[in-house]
Design a binder for this molecule. Structure first.
Ligand code: HEC
Ligand code: HEC
Ligand code: HEC
Ligand code: HEC
Length: 181
């Protein structure tokens, strides 16, 4: 009897804390690469905008507009197929209220696809503090293993064109560090 009650309390506490946290995180909206790029483009900051523009991730949505993509997609156009969009774009499946004026779905796999919707962390005041940024929805990773695991949420055999994912090589192609000093 005691055991049952404590189990119940455990779940009540779990629901009380976890569910609202998830509901809250869904309130952040997508701002778009241009917004991130206003600050993350200088040499001092590490030119994240340019590195991304030159990466294939910037082309991920456009890759769905090809003849080849439509063949892989069956009866539905690839660009209208949620089964393709889920790895090739972001923001296509959320309420319009959660889409900022400058956001473009055509940007494919963009900053906020990986770092989380940025409406609440994009201000300089918040961005200057890692802790505040994370509290306001910024996603960062603990270590290389966590990053690799994250990449493989898309780079996996569910992709109809899957090629073996060699993390170090692939990471070196898109790495976008803030220079130290
Ligand atoms: C108003 C300017 C500004 C905007 C807009 C902005 N950032 Fe930042 N961001 C910064 C500054 C400043 C830092 C701190 C960088 C440093 O360590 O020198 C930062 C840090 C970061 C970090 C590193 C966090 C860490 O501690 O590891 C990430 C990731 C990041 N920004 C992503 C984004 C994304 C994604 C967007 C768009 C939604 C964005 N930023 C918009 C100014 C900005
Ligand atoms: C495919 C996923 C992905 C995309 C797209 C992406 N990032 Fe990142 N970003 C990462 C990962 C993973 C790290 C963590 C690096 C680490 O911890 O060593 C990171 C780190 C950063 C950092 C911190 C670098 C440092 O030295 O601490 C900044 C700033 C940043 N990203 C900004 C951006 C901006 C701006 C864009 C869009 C122009 C963008 N990122 C696009 C995955 C991504
Ligand atoms: C949201 C899904 C998604 C995530 C997460 C993701 N990618 Fe990608 N990535 C793609 C798609 C889609 C393409 C193909 C784009 C194209 O070719 O048009 C791609 C292509 C690439 C390419 C180009 C491949 C080539 O042959 O040149 C590299 C490099 C890459 N990703 C690295 C990474 C790394 C490293 C991570 C983790 C930090 C990562 N990706 C996370 C979806 C993703
Ligand atoms: C699980 C994530 C995932 C899903 C689902 C997915 N893709 Fe991809 N797609 C990728 C990744 C990652 C790449 C980069 C190459 C690879 O597969 O390793 C890619 C590459 C491609 C390319 C080659 C792009 C280029 O630049 O050559 C095409 C075309 C493509 N995907 C079409 C589709 C279509 C059509 C669908 C839906 C039927 C789809 N993908 C579903 C992740 C995915």
């Amino acid at each position: 009897m005691l055991k049952k009650t404590s189990t119940l309390i455990f779940f009540a506490v779990l629901i009380y804390f976890i569910l609202p946290a998830q509901g809250y995180s869904q309130q952040f909206s997508y701002e778009g690469v241009q917004v991130c790029g206003t600050c993350h483009k200088t040499e001092k900051q590490g030119q994240q905008l340019k590195i991304w523009q030159e990466s294939k991730h910037a082309n991920a949505y456009k890759a769905l507009l090809t003849e080849e993509a439509n063949k892989l997609s069956g009866d539905v156009k690839a660009v209208e197929n949620p089964k393709c969009l889920k790895c090739h774009a972001s923001g296509y499946d959320v309420d319009k209220k959660l889409i900022g004026a400058k956001f473009k779905v055509e940007d494919g796999v963009q900053c906020e696809t990986c770092h989380g919707p940025g409406s609440a962390y994009k201000s300089l005041k918040v961005m200057k503090s890692r802790e505040e940024s994370v509290k306001n929805g910024l996603i960062i990773w603990k270590n290389k293993e966590e990053i690799e695991k994250y990449c493989k949420t898309c780079h996996n055999p569910e992709s109809p064109t899957y090629k073996e994912f060699k993390f170090d090589e692939m990471w070196s192609k898109i790495e976008h560090k803030v220079p130290k000093n």
